[in-house]
Design a protein around this ligand. Structure first.
Ligand code: T3D
Length: 261
């Protein structure tokens, strides 16, 4: 697939996916959802990709669903079906990708654009970034995973406040609430987020993927189930080449050279 609404580049183990509809603040139309899903499929399939870095071009991360496209829908259009066939699959492609996903939040992340940020594993925000659960402004409820992901990150009270009031949350408040991992000066965002992504890409990719799976699963399991699942996944990680590399590097007092397998 050739891309018209995203940019896709791989270097040093990092696939950089840039939402690229700056004139509409990188709002999602059907084509952009499809292209991003295709890009993530390539990330899953390629052994050269060991981390994904998401960002937006221009002054926004993403303003969510393209509302201009919504206005031209037929009267019998099913939003539920649109979510099931598009955004839901996109969000699961991010959360089920067994490789780390870093969001470099360069500006406003609103509606489904905010949801996509929440589906990343690490969020690095420019001091100009803001987060808006914009859905209620247009009479909708949070979707694309926001009810689940946001509540787990900030708790019910703050999630409900964001969803009901739809006010912008600044980068500093987002840091205070645990919504982002780091806030950086705007002009340093590309460099700092790329450094996070490169460091993750040099990590033990198999283990980083398994721990992501275990963390998501823990949200809906008992401690006893989580213990069992950890022991099952540790069996897998313990048989990896990277475990041997990590162990040998420790014994030799060297930095491990992980291969991602
Ligand atoms: O239907 C379904 O499929 C269900 C799925 C729903 C998922 C959702 O995401 S619902 C929520 C949709 N998003 C929003 O409600 C946010 C709408 N945008 C805004 O509230 C504001 O634009 C922002 C707060 C994000 C930024 O404000 P500001 O003042 O910095 O920029 P602006 O002037 O409003 O926008 C700049 C341009 O981007 C403007 O175009 P123009 O007038 O210069 O030609 C504006 O129309 C366009 N734009 C911004 N957001 C969207 C958009 N175009 C299409 N869709 C957008 N969501």
């Amino acid at each position: 697939m050739t891309y018209e609404t995203i940019l896709y580049e791989v270097a040093e183990g990092v696939a950089a996916i840039t939402l690229n509809r700056p004139d509409s603040l990188n709002a999602f139309n059907d084509q952009m959802i499809a292209e991003m899903r295709d890009g993530l499929k390539r990330c899953r399939q390629s052994q050269d990709v060991r981390c994904v870095l998401l960002t937006g071009s221009g002054r926004a991360f993403s303003a969510g669903q393209d509302l201009k496209a919504v206005s031209s829908r037929s009267t019998d259009f099913s939003i539920g079906e649109h979510l099931r066939k598009g955004y839901n699959r996109l969000i699961l492609a991010l959360t089920e990708l067994e490789k780390p996903v870093v969001a470099a939040v360069n500006g406003v992340a609103a509606g489904a654009g905010c949801s996509v940020c929440l589906a990343a594993d690490i969020r690095i925000a420019s001091h100009r970034a803001s987060f808006i659960q914009a859905f209620s402004k247009v009479g909708l409820i949070p979707d694309s995973g926001s009810t689940w992901l946001l509540t787990r990150l900030v708790g019910h009270g703050r999630a409900y406040e964001m969803a009901a009031m739809a006010d912008p949350i600044t980068a500093d408040t987002a840091l205070d609430w645990g919504l982002v991992n780091q806030v950086v000066p705007h002009d340093q965002l590309p460099e700092i987020s790329a450094a996070w992504a490169r460091r993750l890409a040099e990590g033990p990719t198999l283990a980083l993927g398994l721990m992501k799976r275990a963390l998501y699963r823990s949200a809906t399991s008992s401690l006893a189930d989580a213990l069992l699942y950890e022991s099952h996944l540790q069996e897998v990680a313990g048989r990896s080449e990277d475990f041997q590399r990590g162990l040998q590097a420790f014994l030799k007092k060297e930095e491990p050279d992980f291969k991602g397998r």
